[in-house]
Design a protein around this ligand. Sequence first.
Ligand code: ASP
Length: 263
Amino acid sequence: MGALLDEGRVMLAKGAAAIEAVVAMIRGLEEAGYYIAGKGAAPNRDGVFELDAAIMDGKKRRAGAVCALSGFRSPITAARAVMDKTPHVLLAGSGAAKFCAEAGLEPVDDPQSYYTPAVRSQAATDALSHGTVGCVALDRAGALCAGTSTGGVLNKMPGRVGDTPLIGAGTWADERVAISCTGQGEYFIRAAAAADVSARMKYAGMSVDAAAAGALADMQRQGGDGGLIAVDAAGRIAMPFISHGMRRAACDGAGNVTVMVFR
Ligand code: ASP
């Protein structure tokens, strides 16, 4: 994660758009196989790998997402293609796969040998464990972008879709703030957690720190847990979580780097 962050820092310092950095970071995390996203994704109860991802470009308020997508290596690349190449925001299941094939995205030819579920030992339990990846970025032109990619929760039912690909639930970016969430998606959906961070800033005049903490607390009151990463238009970073730990890394405008798991 630290090495990837450094690549992102260099990209943004050279003037890359936030969206380019977000896609590059999330692709790297998908390919790493260490997280329950991309190569590390775990299968659903039927043994099928169904993945979700979303991207949102805050300045232009454009968004793209895929859900319950099988057979393609990089769900975040698929989400971006939905944003760039279709009039839609979210494509699901077989329709999403058909679109990815037509768009020439890299397929997974043999799921059994490609995927290396990041949490194999837990896959045998009934617990709905999770391990999503996400990235938020602010570029030199002031544009914000958020992206999130996941294999969802372990032991999920076929067809289950979490918060990650739902714009406003697990992923959100506007002119004010970019947010990417992780945790038990059902709770984030019911709290509209990602959009709630922006709403608190907009209507209550909160800082990104207070807004992120407030949105998480609201979600926790319903019984959920997890965390989120956020960056606002002034480059202020918030990475609160109410779970045991959250693997996270950040680089601010002055080049100060943080890579942490626990508090
Ligand atoms: N939020 C994801 C989901 O519910 C899981 C996670 O964040 O690990 O699909």
